[in-house]
Write a protein that binds this ligand. Sequence first.
Ligand code: HEM
Length: 199
Amino acid sequence: MNTRNKVLLLKIFIHLSAMLPLVYYYYLAIADDLGGDPVEAIIHFTGIGAFNLLLITLLVSPMAKKIKQGYLLQVRRLLGIYTFVYAFCHVVNFFAFEVQFDVALFVEEVIKRPYVLIGMLAFVLLIALTITSLSRLKKKMGKRWQTLHNSIYLVAILIAWHFYWSVKSEISSPLFYVFLTLLVLSMRKSKIKKILFTS
Ligand code: HEM
């Protein structure tokens, strides 16, 4: 199979495996079939979904290098966009169902729960990364594009922190994600070192 078809198949696979579970979950929510606490269930599903996709996006480059399949880099942007789509649903669910679009209540939540502030910081960075992922803007921004896109590592750390702080007692799942984040970042340690020591 030629590279073009391989990329096409991979993209179809990513579209299906990201979109279908999301649509199915919202269908269950509408059908009132998400158990006793549907709001918590959907916030959990979209939050974990966004985090998984973020880690997969960060894995693409070291994997492509390791298995010498450079074409894999062509699906990074799509994975990044789906990370944003899940994060967007997560945040919208929070605004709509937890604070009912009440800005004053949201500010209260930020003061009361610092993990919400950390999540918001990560989300603002994700918005900037998604908007500037357009090829036209990439060209226009020149070197500044790479500087901005290096903040993806910071987003991963912020989300691991957001997750860890969001749980009250059961910490094994966030700790596992902290471990996964450090593992993925360690695969990119030479790049991260370069960013830290050349700026
Ligand atoms: C304004 C921004 C955000 C707000 C207000 C927010 C809010 C929340 C809330 C309320 C929870 C549930 C805590 C609980 O269990 O009671 C949560 C959990 C979580 N969030 Fe966020 N979040 C934000 C941004 C993000 C972003 C950008 C991501 C990922 C890219 C993310 C990933 C997660 C994850 C992985 C969890 C843990 C899921 C769970 O076990 O319930 N969050 N967030």
